[in-house]
Design a protein around this ligand. Structure first.
Ligand code: HEM
Ligand code: HEM
Length: 179
């Protein structure tokens, strides 16, 4: 017989998990939606620096977040079936992968642009020089751009699922993640 999952769990994510979720979700959404207008804007000096600074900070934050997640497993979910539970897990794994790979490929794209003088201004990380990585001659800009588009698709599924839980199933899934 299938084990039953609770429909309305009450426990919230820890304060740290919630803070990290929103501290990362909002800049990620801004970078994804305004990416080419910030980093690719050759007239505005500050925008490429903001894009690169926020992006590099996100690579560092995701490492901290994964460590926190490993030490603090999330509270139980409200899913009605194991299929739903696994669909959510897979989307979360894809989002964690995107949170690491997208800024990292951005950093590699930046390296490629700066080394070959492809037009991007050298940016700084809150005033510090951003180290250049080995770029292996790969078109990182292309990977960064399309990785971002795939991530947007997963984020859209993620947001739609959160809203469905809140307004249709009327369970606590979204409240558990709210500040
Ligand atoms: C989560 C973090 C990041 C997101 C969501 C993001 C998103 C984007 C997006 C949507 C674009 C526009 C792609 C296009 O249409 O051509 C872009 C371009 C770019 N990003 Fe990022 N980025 C992130 C982090 C970074 C970091 C850390 C760096 C560098 C240190 C970086 C460097 C670049 C470069 C060089 C471009 C190409 C600009 C151009 O030629 O138009 N990105 N990024
Ligand atoms: C308006 C935007 C967003 C809303 C309403 C939202 C909502 C939520 C909710 C309700 C959960 C808990 C789900 C559960 O317990 O099964 C969650 C978890 C999560 N969210 Fe978001 N989210 C948003 C944006 C984002 C973005 C942009 C990212 C990253 C790209 C992201 C990454 C994650 C991850 C990785 C988890 C799993 C946490 C864990 O259990 O390890 N979210 N989100």
């Amino acid at each position: 017989m299938k084990e039953k999952l609770p429909i309305i769990p009450n426990e919230k994510y820890t304060k740290t998990a919630r803070a990290l979720h929103w501290l990362m979700a909002i800049p990620i959404l801004i970078l994804l939606l305004l990416g080419s207008r910030t980093m690719g804007n050759h007239d505005a000096r500050i925008l490429p620096t903001l894009h690169a600074s926020a992006g590099v900070a996100l690579v560092l934050l995701v490492v901290l977040r994964l460590y926190w997640r490993w030490k603090n497993p999330p509270p139980q979910r409200a899913y009605k079936s194991f299929l739903q539970e696994w669909a959510a897990r897979l989307v979360h794994i894809a989002l964690y992968a995107a949170m690491f790979l997208i800024p990292f490929t951005g950093w590699l794209a930046y390296t490629e642009h700066v080394r070959r003088s492809l037009g991007i201004r050298p940016a700084s990380w809150f005033g510090l020089k951003i180290p250049l990585l080995p770029d292996f001659g790969i078109n990182w800009h292309f990977i960064h751009k399309w990785g971002g588009k795939v991530a947007l698709l997963f984020i859209a599924i993620h947001i739609a699922a959160a809203l469905k839980h809140h307004f249709y199933d009327k369970d606590n899934t979204l409240k558990r993640m709210l500040p």
